[in-house]
Design a protein around this ligand. Structure first.
Ligand SMILES: [Zn+2]
Length: 89
């Protein structure tokens, strides 16, 4: 019957870990955008930026994501370039 005790301790520990994990996931969701979230707003962000609006205040989470994520930042730069191009035509 020796195995009961370690098993009980283990499950207690792992459920505490699960709670911590869930907590950190929830916090991440509140504070940060995923690439999908950023993608959904990135053209609005670029257009607002182009209009000279204060996008860092209007969409701080998009701005934050662009600071963190190279792929989305490149997407944003490409959009800005495309908008520049439209303007010069
Ligand atoms: Zn991203």
């Amino acid at each position: 019957m020796n195995w009961i005790r370690p098993k009980k301790d283990l499950s207690k520990e792992s459920s505490a870990m699960t709670v911590r994990l869930l907590k950190s996931l929830t916090m991440t969701k509140d504070e940060e955008y995923s690439c999908d979230d950023a993608h959904a707003l990135i053209d609005q962000y670029a257009e607002a930026k182009k209009r000279g609006e204060d996008v860092e205040k209007l969409m701080p989470l998009v701005k934050h994501h662009l600071d963190m994520c190279r792929a989305c930042f490149e997407e944003y730069e490409a959009l800005m370039t495309a908008l520049d191009f439209e303007e010069t035509i």
